[in-house]
Design a protein. Sequence first.
Length: 102
Amino acid sequence: MKNPENCSDLADIRHAIDTLDQQIVDALGLRMQYVRAASAFKPDQSSIAAPDRVAAMLPQRRQWAQEVGLDGEFIEGLFKQIIHWYIAEQTAYWLQKKGLAQ
């Protein structure tokens, strides 16, 4: 994958974007593995959401975004969606592992 300034045509750009998108999806898959692993340390279903952790994470993601020139509000909103989905997935996984899934 070429650096943006070294791309010679639209095909180079599209290849790079596709490569980056695959890396993002791979990273989300790896993140899910960690989320599922974390469920082993959650004593009960109510502990899964971890609102204090989420409250600490979101401003940090906003700051990271701003540090690389992205819109912090957009990235924070994106991570709210991501975290909400992972919490739902972790809850379902936790219930399944405990034999409580319906």
